[in-house]
Structure formats: structure tokens, C-alpha cells
Design a protein around this ligand. Structure first.
Ligand code: ATP
Ligand code: ATP
Ligand code: MG
Ligand code: MG
Ligand code: MG
Ligand code: MG
Ligand code: MG
Length: 256
């Protein structure tokens, strides 16, 4: 109802436009996923199907929001990077955060039966979301390095923890044995006690998932019934190092 006596209340809405010129990172994280994983009997330490569902939901978000430059995911979290010059929704924080979180959550629910067909969804998955601004390419790269380093630290810890628990230790005993130990100790423990070479574990577990847009060939039917090979940009999931320079040199367009 335009120009009504009530319309003044609109003025109570605050301006939450994100600072221009900065990279925008939206990070989502599953609410109470420790319990959610238990409820759905996810494999420990890594349920690969649940990780693939996270990746597929992130790809769905990137198809919906073409502005997103890249994404990084691990465990129950995903970070989406919008470019410095992005003008989507006038950079309004609440619009961006709420739309990306709901798109991700809705996709997670929609795609669940494809990825975990034998497990009915038994709770409502929820994801919190926040926006963080990074003023330089360096701080953005350091942010992404921080998340990938976190993937490695958590995965090494969780791999040891669940190896100990599966070998008969209680949770408390396993925690106590790992408390304050360094990476070398954990690698050695896995190797000598469980015959596991940490570096031979899947890259998905050790490095998380990076989603970037890449040219993918697809076959298109022409009007006269012939098929023609075409290329289009599709969000593709990679599991590779993003801390060192190599990745950024290979994909120089990401920071352009
Ligand atoms: P919060 O609501 O504060 O985020 P949370 O229980 O979700 O609480 P997190 O720190 O986000 O806590 O941890 C997520 C948990 O879910 C970790 O224990 C992680 O190992 C587990 N998890 C996430 N994805 C998987 C997966 N694919 N397979 C097995 N475990 C997973
Ligand atoms: P925006 O993305 O800017 O919100 P929008 O198309 O969603 O764009 P709104 O102003 O939110 O625009 O309007 C929602 C539209 O959906 C209106 O046209 C409204 O009449 C229609 N609509 C919403 N719910 C119903 C419903 N239950 N039955 C019929 N029409 C509906
Ligand atoms: Mg409306
Ligand atoms: Mg959290
Ligand atoms: Mg969580
Ligand atoms: Mg988490
Ligand atoms: Mg609307």
C-alpha cells in the first residue's frame, strides 16, 4: 500500500550495504552438525556422500548466483567469494547472506535423496551465514589458506581420533592421547599403529573442495535435428592446494 500513513515505518530499516571495493566472503556453517551427523549415521571421520552433497549444493548456489567467483568447502561449511566490484542487490548484506544461505539449505534438502538415497532426511538441516570483507587480494588468499589449513588440521586429528575409537578406545581416552600432540606424532601414529599413510588419503578429505567455473563440453541438438558440441562455463569441484601460488597462477582470472 503506497503512501499510506503506515509507510513511515520503512525508515526504520537500516542501510547494510557492504563496503565497496572489497572482496565479499559469505561463510555458511551447519548448525549442530555433530548431532546431525550422528542422527544420520554419517561415516566417521569422513562421510564421502555427505561431502558430495555439500559440494553439489555449492554448485547449485553458483548456478543461481552467477556473480560468485569461487567457493571453498570442508566439513559442514562453505565459503562463497563475490568479486570486489560486485553490485548484486546493491551489496546489501542481509539480502546476500539470507539468499545464499537459503539457496544452499534448500539445495541441500532437494539434493539429499540423490546423494543419500538409503537414508531418509530425519531432521531439518540449518546453516548459519555471515559476510566478511577482505580489502586486498592478499587478505582474501590468506582467508582461503586459513580455511584449507583448518581442513588439514581437523582431518588429521579426526582421522587419528576415529582410528583410536574404532580400535577400542573410548572417546575420552582417544582425546587424552591426542591432546597437545603435533602433526608428526599423529602421522607416525597412523602409520605405525594403523598402517595408514595420511598423504595417501583422498584429497577431498585432506584439502577440501574448491569450486570454480570451467569450460565444459556438452552436446546440443540443433533445430534440424543434428547434434553439435558446445562449451559452457560450469561450476566444477576440485580438490587441490590453494595455499601455494601455483593454483592462483593457473587460474589468474580468479583474482583479476
Ligand atoms: P555449530 O552449530 O556450532 O557449528 P557443529 O556441531 O556443527 O556446531 P562444527 O564445528 O561445525 O560443529 O563441526 C561440524 C561437525 O560435523 C564436525 O564434528 C565434523 O566432523 C562433522 N561433519 C561434518 N561433515 C561431515 C561428514 N561429511 N562426515 C562426517 N562428519 C562430518
Ligand atoms: P523480489 O525478488 O524483488 O521479492 P518478487 O517477484 O518476489 O521479487 P514481491 O514484491 O516479493 O516480488 O511479490 C511477490 C509476488 O508473488 C506478488 O506478485 C504476489 O502477489 C505473488 N504471490 C506471493 N504469494 C502468493 C500466493 N500465495 N498466491 C498468489 N500469488 C502470490
Ligand atoms: Mg514480497
Ligand atoms: Mg558454527
Ligand atoms: Mg557446524
Ligand atoms: Mg563447521
Ligand atoms: Mg519476493
Amino acid at each position: 500500500m503506497a503512501c499510506s500513513q503506515f509507510e513511515y515505518v520503512k525508515q526504520y530499516e537500516t542501510d547494510d550495504r557492504l563496503l565497496p571495493g572489497c572482496w565479499i566472503v559469505l561463510r555458511l556453517d551447519g548448525k549442530g552438525f555433530t548431532k546431525f551427523c550422528e542422527l544420520h549415521c554419517f561415516e566417521k571421520p569422513n562421510d564421502v556422500r555427505a561431502l558430495c552433497l555439500m559440494d553439489a549444493s555449492a554448485q547449485a548456489v553458483m548456478r543461481e548466483f552467477q556473480d560468485i567467483r569461487l567457493a571453498f568447502g570442508e566439513s559442514d561449511e562453505y565459503s562463497f567469494v563475490f568479486p570486489r566490484e560486485c553490485q548484486l542487490y546493491g551489496r546489501r548484506c542481509s539480502k546476500l547472506v539470507s539468499l545464499v544461505a537459503s539457496c544452499f539449505t534448500a539445495s541441500y534438502v532437494r539434493l539429499w535423496p540423490q546423494h543419500l538415497p538409503d537414508k531418509p532426511l530425519a531432521a531439518t538441516p540449518l546453516f548459519d551465514a555471515r559476510a566478511v570483507l577482505y580489502p586486498s587480494d592478499r587478505t582474501l588468499r590468506d582467508y582461503l589458506s586459513w580455511r584449507q589449513a583448518d581442513t588439514h588440521i581437523n582431518n588429521l586429528y579426526n582421522t587419528c581420533f576415529w582410528a583410536l575409537v574404532k580400535s577400542g578406545k573410548t572417546n575420552t581416552e582417544a582425546h587424552a592421547q591426542l591432546q597437545g600432540t603435533l602433526a608428526d606424532y599423529k602421522n607416525e601414529l597412523l602409520f605405525s599403529q594403523f598402517g595408514l599413510n595420511y598423504n595417501a588419503l583422498p584429497e577431498r578429505f585432506r584439502k577440501g573442495s574448491v569450486v570454480i567455473r570451467q569450460r565444459v563440453k556438452h552436446v546440443k541438438q540443433t533445430a534440424d535435428g543434428r547434434s553439435k558440441e558446445k562449451e559452457r562455463l560450469e561450476p566444477c569441484v576440485l580438490h587441490c592446494d590453494i595455499i601455494r601460488d601455483h593454483f592462483w597462477q593457473q587460474h589468474a582470472e580468479l583474482l583479476a
